[in-house]
Design a protein around this ligand. Structure first.
Ligand code: GLU
Length: 457
């Protein structure tokens, strides 16, 4: 058996970090088991689904480091769903219903006042051929419900019917099919809701493991019944907890700030997003994991907690800094080149500044400082200016040794009597124009003697 998973968003917007969590859980699971990852677009809602969103979702996934083995669109598979519908009708488990939303609403209210569960009472199943003919003559079109197997002989008398599965994340799970309504599979206009196409695809595409958010737990009970009604063995299911904002709100595709696109534009590294999206809400420590292979080694779906995981965007900044801090030059060479940072000084420059970056693009301003000098001339006190002039006059001739910074400042200390902050701060300000930044010992060799002397105030 080849482990086969799928990530199945509706292409109705950009994906956010919560969607990325689902995609990554599937991707890492596939990586761990040398399996296949199918990118499936649940685009049966043609009014809201857009190809541009599907393309953008693929772009975001590739940026994260997720690469699909196949891409599928439900809108291109309607024939397969039609075949499944015929099969369910022939088996007598798909029935026509004629209620309007208002009628259903009223019935739900009546059931509630009688203390009955607010599930569909299967009234349409009891319609006589004459009543059906009357509805059709009135111009009503049916929607179609799947008859859940939750009764012995009389569908009007549902009984407790537990569907069990061993959830990859949550362990033993149970859904009582008497507690849910027969799901509508086909709308009045003949279009499909999500429930049936998903099952048909999972069967046809050989999906072995369905990993998705825990908002689908009840669906799983229903879908397991549907797999069986279609003569298929249900896959293994896993439901991970959802991410919420720090105030506990759910994320939505409309929350632009937490979209993968928004995070990318804010300069967050893909592995910072992936590390947080995967490790938060688990028993693992949330830390910056540098590669997807390493994250796959750490990933254990069973270590995921059952309650919602609060997500704090500030944590991304922390992880981002940690990743950049240790990022090898080989991994950023091309991206630095795009920022105009190249040549033989690019590598020592990167090693000097990486520990000071919030985001990679910040390297460009340090490159400007190294090449052009401070962006703003510091306003020195007269005594500091004099000190600096003396100090710069003590700068050793080239060639410089590796200990040039130490040698120079030792000499300055000896000649001027200054030490500590009084010595280093004016020098830092003169060399960079800023009160903090990379180690001056690392920057000085990049400036060279000429570049350094050009900064003499
Ligand atoms: N389109 C569904 C969703 O985004 C897919 C759920 C599933 O993975 O089956 O919620």
């Amino acid at each position: 058996m080849i482990v086969t998973v799928r990530f199945a968003p509706s292409p109705t917007g950009r994906i956010h970090i919560g969607n990325a969590r689902t995609a990554l859980f599937n991707w890492l699971f596939a990586q761990k088991h040398r399996g296949r990852f199918i990118q499936r677009f649940d685009d049966t809602d043609t009014a809201r689904s857009k190809q541009e969103f599907a393309d953008a979702i693929l772009y975001d996934l590739h940026w994260l480091g997720i690469f699909q083995d196949a891409t599928e669109y439900q809108s291109r598979r309607i024939g397969a769903y039609d075949t499944a519908v015929e099969r369910l009708k022939a088996a007598g488990v798909l029935y026509a219903c004629y209620e309007t939303p208002e009628e259903l609403d009223l019935r739900r209210k009546v059931r509630r006042t009688r203390g009955l569960p607010p599930v569909y009472g299967r009234e349409s199943l009891a319609l006589t051929p004459e009543e059906i003919a009357q509805h059709e003559a009135d111009g009503r079109r049916p929607h179609w419900r799947f008859l859940l197997p939750n009764f012995t002989s009389d569908p009007a008398q549902p009984e407790r019917t537990d569907i069990h599965w061993n959830d990859l994340v949550r362990g033993e799970e149970t859904v009582d099919l008497a507690s849910v309504s027969d799901p509508v599979l086909v709308r009045e206009d003949g279009t499909y809701l999500y429930t049936l196409p998903s099952v048909v695809d999972d069967i046809d595409m050989g999906v072995t493991h369905v990993i998705r958010g825990d908002d689908h737990v009840t669906n799983t009970g229903v879908q397991i019944a549907l797999f069986r009604a279609l003569g298929a063995q249900p896959p293994v299911f896993g439901h991970h907890n959802l991410l919420t904002t720090t105030s506990g709100e759910g994320l939505s595709k409309r929350t632009g700030a937490l979209s993968i696109e928004g995070l990318r534009e804010a300069g967050i590294e893909p592995m910072a997003v992936a590390s947080l999206a995967v490790l938060i809400g688990t028993s693992e420590n949330v830390e910056a994991v540098p590669t997807m292979a390493e994250l796959a080694r750490r990933f254990d779906p069973a270590a995921t907690s059952k309650s919602a995981a609060k997500f704090d965007p500030d944590e991304l900044q922390v992880l981002n800094r940690a990743l950049l801090h240790h990022m090898p030059f080989g991994q950023v060479r091309d991206r630095l080149m795009v920022l105009g940072i190249s040549g033989e000084r690019a590598e020592p420059f990167w090693m000097a500044v990486r520990g000071n970056l919030d985001k990679l693009a910040d390297a460009a301003s340090w490159w400007r400082i190294v090449n052009q000098g401070p962006q703003e001339q510091p306003d020195f006190l007269e005594e500091d200016r004099e000190f600096l002039r003396m100090a710069f006059d003590l700068l050793p001739e080239e060639p410089w040794s590796d200990t040039i910074w130490k040698d120079w400042t030792a000499k300055v200390k000896e000649e001027t009597g200054r030490k500590g902050k009084a010595l280093f701060m004016p020098m830092r300000l003169a060399l960079t124009g800023l009160p903090s930044g990379p180690e001056l010992a690392d920057l000085l060799p990049l400036l060279g003697r000429e570049g350094t002397l050009a900064r003499r105030p």
